[in-house]
Design a protein around this ligand. Sequence first.
Ligand code: ADP
Length: 495
Amino acid sequence: MPAPARVRPNRSVLMIASEALPYSKTGGLADVLGALPSALVRLGWQVTLVTPRYRGVAAGRLSERFTLAIGAHAFDVGVYEEAWPDGVRVVLLDVPELFDREALYTIGNVDYPDNPRRFALLSRAALEWAGRRGQRIAVVHAHDWQAGLAPVYLRTSLASHPILGGTPTVFTIHNLAYQGLFEPDWLPRLDLPWDLFSVERMEFWGRISFLKGAINDSTIITTVSRTYAREIQTREFGCGFEGILQRRAGDLVGILNGIDVTSWDPANDPHLPQPFDANDLAGKRAAKVAVLSRYGIEADDETLGRPLIGMISRMVDQKGLDLIAANAAHLPELDASFVILGTGDAGYESMWSRLAQQYPRRVGVKVGFDEGLAHLIEAGADAFMMPSRFEPCGLNQMYSLRYGTVPIVRAVGGLADTVTDWTPRRRSATGIVFEEYAPEALLEALKRAIALYRQPAKWRALQKAGMKLDYSWDRSAREYVKMYDRAIKQAGGMR
Ligand code: ADP
């Protein structure tokens, strides 16, 4: 008797996200979508990533056009496709009236008023495209509120779709602070039934929330670190969603983001003047000289002898900018220099600019977004400051660890999961960690770091322990695969 043919399991995932490197980026979400798909391919999954084709994106070739009606609007959706060398398939949705804009989400810090329609289209068009292909997908993986309607449509208008109906969903919360809140009259305009306007579904204090819809309608919910998964079920960190998340606690899992160890590799980084690794840190000093010169700080014995503390960040309260502002008068008194790269609240930008003007040999600031300089700072700084109020995962502290740059962090979210505080006996220590969200606690942590820097053997041990850690995506991707398998099982097995 012939052996029964083995049925190959369907291991295909449709990823939907509003930003992805190398096409677009405002924050860590883009880094994740630039790396996780490839890590999943390495584990044998077929990955299709769907994301908008914003202004300036020239990638992909037009493969088809279809019309998609949302409410009273009919959109002509151009599908541009490209394949990454490793096999990830990317679908870029070209809808110029929605995506050909100056910025991704906001103009002059005000949200585009049609954001609900723009991102409803992202989810709907991604699913529609998948449905038109006639092949079932094993799991849909949607990211943040911008893709939050994907699980909602799958539970409502697409529930009995012959191809898409019943597809399990994994939804990842990258930052609970962004909840996609809109007026309820958007429901009919997005082809969603009015019964979603209830506290059990999408209503959040008189409005609708794309995020809440996704949390309620997804098979599995993940967020980007274990600690953050716990924190968001508490009042302090829950942003009003703690009850909603507690109800789904059994299906809520924290999976730490990885980092892209290819583009963030001190031994092979085109943005550095000289490569380095844990065995030979000479290149790190060359990077320090380069950073100082980029900031117009003369590199001499004094400035090179002082620890250089870097920061690359959105300049907002979340990132602890208020703690830093409260310490502004003390920072120049410390035996350290500071270089900052970031954009954000005007008040914080001018605070740093004032400091830099007053203390040109101790403080350097660049307001703007500069990927190359970010790499150089990670390499050239001795320590890296992340005093976040909350931090779902955080990437910079992991880049810092890999670049031998000692992170100074608050014990919160992903920072707590990735950095181990220095104590005289702890050999696994990789950084300086403080607990309380208070200016004095940050100042104390900075002083501890500076004192340790003066003890080269100990500092070196700290750097080396950090450089040895593995925060690659392969580890995280294995966790996601477990969640995909679980979602498929929970949704009734392989379809
Ligand atoms: P978040 O997503 O909350 O902003 P993360 O630490 O998770 O914070 O990720 C931020 C990412 O954006 C990192 O890759 C960081 O290097 C990068 N980044 C932030 N601000 C800038 C900037 N001004 N220039 C270059 N890169 C930046």
